[in-house]
Design a protein around this ligand. Structure first.
Ligand code: GTR
Length: 426
């Protein structure tokens, strides 16, 4: 037995509300030097400051620059009646001129309802490969790193045929296209592998000089890498007329670690017109200071590579954080934001996700959310299961059930999209 095993104390999650340490949340509308933010213009500066705080203390810094090339490798007209299925290769080019690395090829699958005008879309990363979203025998299987889930869908390190369709309940393409939206998905491991590889592979490997130039504490973790990849995919949508997707009406969606990622993508890339956090929990929509379920210390132990090294200072020390997660949500303002939780997902702290969502309202108010909608958010209490709180661009729902992305979640997200992404609503 190792000394590590003997000295590491076992993490026992707290689920008792009465044991939450007293806390004060940082005010989203007050700058680091104590000035109150009272105008949209002042928010621009506070927004930049807030973004920097998340970069420096939580996720790490990525370059502003991106270079991509797109190739359409497949277009199946009438994959389903009225729906075209495309597959694209998005090549992300290395940023460092001195590198000998080849571009990183990210595969995109897009189901697009046929229409005279470009359609709105939801873009989301998936966990196991584009071929897992349904049984389509033509969809390419990723050749990049995959986790060995010991469920027969990999041969240990590579995805295999047996995985086809295993994630279909999470990707109800027909429901989405029937409602007039394109569904785009990308395997997250194509963008960056989900383990600590010392910035060797994936997008990090394309910018090693940039990363080396940063203070060690501020180097970007995997979430920052995946979010960067989502921006590259949005670049590709903009550049690919044949897709017929309206890049100004794309919602970014993610579940769990990929929900943390969609929030960060929405924060760093204001082109995303709608931001969707499904069961994102610690490091995502849930307030850190509540320390219920998964905590900063716990996530930094299991998944230190998701964040930067500065985040380690907040292990069992959440109150020292200069931000909390309501401010991550506020970085999406004034765009549409949906936060979804599930009743049995206590590890992700549904109540903490609700409270963070609620506490982001003053920023939405400052940026023009109607006073009725502000009132709806401010007066809301945690909803019952299978119900939704709608307040203009802000939506929260609680699904009955476990940590998952289910039809009910999608219905809620598409309802918000109907209210905010359709041309008549803009
Ligand atoms: C868990 C992790 C969560 C969440 C989840 C997931 O093990 O503790 O923060 O991200 O993984 O991504 O499925």
């Amino acid at each position: 037995t190792s000394t590590m095993a003997q000295t590491t104390k076992k993490f026992v999650p707290n689920y008792d509300e009465s044991k939450i340490p007293p806390y004060d949340l940082p005010a989203a509308l007050q700058t680091e030097n104590g000035d109150r933010v009272q105008t949209a213009e002042q928010w621009n500066d506070r927004r930049a400051e807030t973004l920097r705080l998340f970069e420096e203390h939580v996720f790490g810094i990525m370059p502003g620059q991106r270079n991509i090339k797109v190739k359409v490798v497949r277009s199946d007209r009438d994959y389903r009646p009225g729906v075209t299925r495309h597959e694209l290769d998005v090549s992300i080019l290395p940023l460092d001129s001195s590198t000998d690395r080849s571009p990183l090829v990210v595969q995109v699958l897009a189901d697009v309802p046929q229409s005279d005008d470009p359609v709105p879309a939801i873009l989301g990363l998936n966990f196991q490969g584009n071929h897992t979203i349904d049984e389509d025998p033509k969809t390419r299987i990723p050749t990049s790193w995959v986790r060995d889930r010991r469920n027969g869908t990999t041969d240990g390190s590579k995805a295999i045929e047996a995985g086809r369709g295993v994630a279909s309940t999470r990707w109800p393409s027909k429901m989405i296209t029937d409602r007039g939206y394109a569904m785009l998905t990308v395997y997250y491991g194509d963008i960056d592998p989900d383990f600590d590889d010392g910035f060797e592979n994936g997008v990090h490997g394309l910018m090693r000089e940039f990363i080396a130039s940063l203070p060690e504490n501020h180097r970007p973790g995997s979430i920052a890498g995946w979010a960067y990849g989502l921006s590259c995919v949005l670049d590709a949508i903009e550049q690919t007329e044949a897709l017929n997707v309206d890049a100004t009406r794309v919602g970014v969606l993610g579940h769990s670690r990929l929900g943390k990622t969609s929030l960060w993508a929405g924060a760093t890339d204001p082109r995303f017109a709608m931001v969707i956090s499904n069961d994102s929990g610690c490091g995502g929509a849930a307030l850190c200071r509540r320390a219920i379920g998964e905590t900063v210390a716990r996530i930094n132990t299991s998944f230190p590579h998701w964040f930067n090294d500065a985040y380690l200072q907040y292990n069992e020390n959440e109150s020292a954080l200069p931000i909390d997660q309501h401010q991550l949500i506020a970085l999406s303002a004034p765009r549409a934001i949906a936060v979804g939780s599930a009743t049995q997902d206590e590890w992700a702290d549904p109540k903490g996700e609700f409270l963070a969502w609620q506490t982001a309202a003053p920023v939405y108010q400052l940026l023009g959310m109607s006073s009725e909608d502000v009132k709806v958010v401010e007066e809301a209490s945690m909803p019952n299961e299978q119900s939704v709180i709608n307040a203009g661009p802000m939506q929260y729902h609680l699904r009955e059930g476990k940590h998952d992305l289910a039809d009910y979640d999608w219905e809620c997200y598409l309802d918000l999209a109907d209210r905010t992404l359709q041309t008549e609503s803009r």
